[in-house]
Write a protein that binds this ligand. Sequence first.
Ligand SMILES: Nc1nc2c(ncn2[C@@H]2O[C@H](COP(=O)(O)OP(=O)(O)O)[C@@H](O)[C@H]2O)c(=O)[nH]1
Ligand SMILES: [Mg+2]
Length: 268
Amino acid sequence: MTPNYQSSTAVLAAQAVEPRTVIVVPTYNERENVPLFVRRVREAVPECQIHFIDDNSPDGTGDLIQTLSDEDPRISLMRRTAKNGLGAAYVAGYTDALEKWPNAQFFIQMDADLSHDPQYLPAMLDAMKAADVAIGSRYVHGVSIVNWPLRRLIISRFGTWFAKTITRMPATDLTSGFKCYRADVLRAIDMSKIRANGYVFQVETSFRAWRMGYKLQDVPIVFHERSAGVSKMNMNIALEAFLVVLRLGLERLLTAAPPQPTIRKPAS
Ligand SMILES: Nc1nc2c(ncn2[C@@H]2O[C@H](COP(=O)(O)OP(=O)(O)O)[C@@H](O)[C@H]2O)c(=O)[nH]1
Ligand SMILES: [Mg+2]
């Protein structure tokens, strides 16, 4: 008799094509970092889907990812025609990923420059047993950042203090780009409505989740400044952050307090 055998093979085959975890990675000129990034992520979470969102990088990052993707179906690429900001890349990437892998449970975002060390991925997934959004935080134990210039640290510290004071969100690193969302939370946030485009995109997405009653959870990380390629941070992004945080603060004052978060059952 073969039916049982066939059905269990079918289940295995379905698991093979439907990843449980999708990692969404925006890239702009990250050719030097992508191969090591992929290797390190694979070591940490072997079965995950790594979905890159490339904004037509002049250094050929898109073509390199396409080559990797041809060899490994668990690597995929969304190509956009122009550099249009990090928030826009995330919105496009998440929309695409939710459509492509509707049964995935967790969607994680990471930078490609290895500042977000893939060794923390298991801890992020573990945190999701008792949270709806896990945030890789550089500020749980003082400051855990290696190799940042003082100016950069002051901007980030001040920005986080300001965002926390105005929004009152229960998380320590509000601009972190290392985050994990449960799939239903990501759908509920409806990122297509978010206009913020720089670091404050991270503040606004967490704010939306928190105001709907979802539980945010810090996961301590040590952040290492990139050793290859260059940062795309600029002062317009800081100004945008200031204005958006004020808008969120006003929204907090004008709307009802969020319901107490209900801790979800551990994912099987
Ligand atoms: N697709 C896309 N990716 C971007 C853009 N700006 C930055 N990135 C990527 O977003 C991640 C974080 O950017 P990075 O410049 O390292 O910012 P920093 O870590 O704050 O200095 C990296 O993987 C970048 O390649 C953009 O406009 N479009
Ligand atoms: Mg970086």
